[in-house]
Design a protein around this ligand. Sequence first.
Ligand code: ADP
Ligand code: MG
Length: 426
Amino acid sequence: MTSDRSCYVYIVLPGDVQFTTAGRFRIRRGPRGTATGEFVYGRSYLERPEAVEFDPVELPLANRLYRTGRMGGFFGAVRDAMPDYWGRFLIERRLGRSPLAEFDYLTEGPDDRAGALGFGPTVDPPAPRLQFPGTVQLADLQAAAEAVAAGRVVEPAGGGAVEEMVHAIFDEGTSMGGARPKAVVEDGDALWLAKFSRLQDRWNDPRVEHALLALARECGIRTAPSRIERAGDRDVLLVRRFDRERSGDGAGWLRHRMASALTLLRTDDSPTGRERWSYLALADEVRRASARPREDLRELFRRMCFNAAVSNSDDHPRNHAILARGRSWRLAPAYDLTPAPAHSLERDLSMICGPEGRRARKDNLVAGAGRFLMSREDAEAIFAEVVRTVRRRWLGAMCRAGVGAADRETVRSAFLPDGLFFTREP
Ligand SMILES: Nc1ncnc2c1ncn2[C@@H]1O[C@H](COP(=O)(O)OP(=O)(O)O)[C@@H](O)[C@H]1O
Ligand SMILES: [Mg+2]
């Protein structure tokens, strides 16, 4: 039987740049291998007037022992701060073992994780990470990402100082989630998520995602600024991190809390967890958590219509989040937008989007208007506006992002599939 594991949890409080010790997280192993997660906020943390909750649904500020048996004992807020496929892959590669105990993916990942939390073995918090690679290293990082993903060993060529540095940076990996190879880089007083090209990509993924982020903005959706950088003969997408901001005195990074829709919906990626993936249920949670519920729900509805209009079926709950820039929560900017071209007339979103389930069809989308605190007329108007903008602008957005003619043809069928306009027979 594996033994219990525990660590301290730190947080960078609103307006601060240093970690504060906030509580203690433990995984207890029971008989027959069951795992229970336990979390307590520290008493001295709770006494601080500036103390904030990790998330608004599962771990509100309270002097009590929280327990969970879900997800192997990992609370949603902890899981949101952990790497997924790509970050895990790099940790396994560095340690030369796979798979690792779940707890190791938490403690072995670098301090670049999404949101404001940190984890470590000592009651005194560590100094937060200040150094990140710059954009001049993107070409090396892209080359290394490709080699590593292809299973090739990356040796520092010639052992030069630059190669050694890139090697060190890359070995450290990232605690950011997602499957695509990525790294966090610093540029122009901000931190950016660099999303690399992959050999198996069916189209120029960085440019297509960049185009979709631009198209979303044209549809009135809030997204983080993005741009394309050349890295050798490849393209890399840079998306500015909305959970990091340089402090006013330049001495460090402010960290904004983040909670994914997975956490808000108290669910996960498992087949049974997927039953709870729902825009309607997410709307209920955002209504309760947000400081501006009406505005955020309109925005969420608009994103749902957009995802249907561009066949973004990768709109799962880890690709939606709420963000707290200060004490209060708002819907985070939209991110990770990808078109899924297909021959079928009708498309499904990955989350339930109306009374007819996941079907991306106009009547299904607008039927849930009330859950978004909107009238049916308002919902129809937003749907129509998104459709009109996508129709007029998608090709231009692709061209402006430098997506080539062949790739534009490959993704064309994702935009405004016929099934979007079907209505169900009464
Ligand atoms: N602009 C951003 N600022 C802060 N965090 C982000 C941003 N974009 C994505 N994230 C976080 O990083 C994770 C991975 O990014 P994502 O774009 O979803 O990559 P992938 O395509 O590999 O899924 C997301 O699940 C989210 O937690
Ligand atoms: Mg993602």
